[in-house]
Write a protein that binds this ligand. Structure first.
Ligand code: MLT
Length: 326
């Protein structure tokens, strides 16, 4: 009479012989060449900075270089469409975010991809609280004066953003709807160039991710009225929350995450996820992200499944906010 153990062993050998458990050879040796990480916005912006900090460490873990390719246009949807159509071999990835993988869905009726159907979620990299920023010589001294000024000068003031559907566009759409104002929107290929314009006084205000604002706020080259999260951010202890500053309705936090094209093998996704987690546990990576005000994901939020849930929830959250009233 065959023991249970030997029966199980026989079954496993049979299944293995049938290839049921076989991991594709490519996944077993992945990666064997340079990986491309598409960043959907201009160099120097928050998504670019977060990508470069994390992928530099991922490359060490993976033993292959990761080349950042900045592909701009259409609020990040040009790059995201390209990534959705890329080969699902693990060698073309994208750092998407709350804009490309959530806010764009209600804003682009003919969006050429769907964040949930056309991508494999790989790993959440960083949460990025949103700040209300202005050029240094913008007249309002604080958020209360900002609200009054923008309402009184709605036709004259302008707001910079990184294109329709970007984080800076979507979050300021929320702010502007709360204030019931429609400022002139000034689009850029990313909030890196938009920040340069703000510092130069060429635009009035912007809703931007904290990692792009911290260096300028500390240098005193722009104004920060508030951070749109329940708590102040440790990197900017002097910047009040929107609640403290009298606008509790404006709460906004974005996030940046790695995605692979749909159909990328689970083994490759797992390899990339492990490398991303390894980076988020590295002291130097953590220090650089935290110094820029990032929120480093808790371990439970670092799995591909948690990212898939985040994307689903964020699409559900931003669609009623951004979809034009039909
Ligand atoms: C950037 O990196 O430029 C930003 O993520 C763009 C945006 O979504 O505001």
């Amino acid at each position: 009479m065959m023991s249970i153990r030997s029966l199980a062993g026989a079954c496993l050998s049979a299944l293995a012989a049938l290839g049921a458990f076989a991991v594709p050879a490519s996944a077993q040796t992945y990666p064997t060449r340079t990986i491309t990480m598409i960043v959907p916005f201009a160099a120097g912006g928050p998504t670019d900075v977060i990508s470069r900090i994390v992928t530099a460490h991922m490359a060490q873990t993976l033993g292959q270089s990761i080349v950042i390719e900045n592909v701009v246009g259409a609020g990040g949807t040009t790059a995201t469409t390209r990534a959705a159509r890329a080969a699902n071999d693990g060698y073309t990835l994208i750092t998407g975010h709350m804009g490309t993988h959530a806010a764009s869905v209600p804003l682009y009726p003919k969006l050429a991809y769907h964040p949930e159907k056309d991508f494999e979620p790989v790993a959440l990299l960083a949460g990025t609280p949103i700040l209300i920023l202005a050029r240094k010589d913008f007249p309002p001294k604080d958020l209360k004066e900002f609200v009054a000024y923008v309402k009184a000068n709605a036709e004259k003031v302008n707001a910079a953003h990184a294109g329709i559907g970007s984080v800076s566009h979507a979050s300021c759409e929320l702010l502007n709807s709360i204030l019931d104002v429609k400022p002139v929107g000034v689009p850029f290929n990313g909030t890196g160039p938009a920040m340069n314009a703000l510092v130069a006084g060429q635009v009035d205000y912007m809703c931007d991710q904290i990692v792009n604002a911290v260096p300028q706020i500390k240098a005193g080259t722009i104004k920060a009225y508030a951070v749109a999260t329940p708590e102040r951010n440790p990197s900017l202890p002097e910047v009040p929350t929107t609640t403290e500053a009298g606008l509790p309705a404006f709460q906004a936090q974005a996030w940046n995450a790695v995605f692979a094209p749909k159909g990328t093998s689970p083994a490759i996704v797992a390899t990339l996820n492990a490398a991303a987690i390894n980076a988020l546990d590295d002291d130097n990576v953590r220090k650089r992200l935290l110094d820029l005000g990032s929120v480093i994901p808790a371990p439970a939020n670092r799995t591909p499944e948690a990212l898939a849930m985040l994307v689903k929830n964020e699409i559900a959250k931003w669609t009623p906010v951004l979809k034009p009233a039909s």
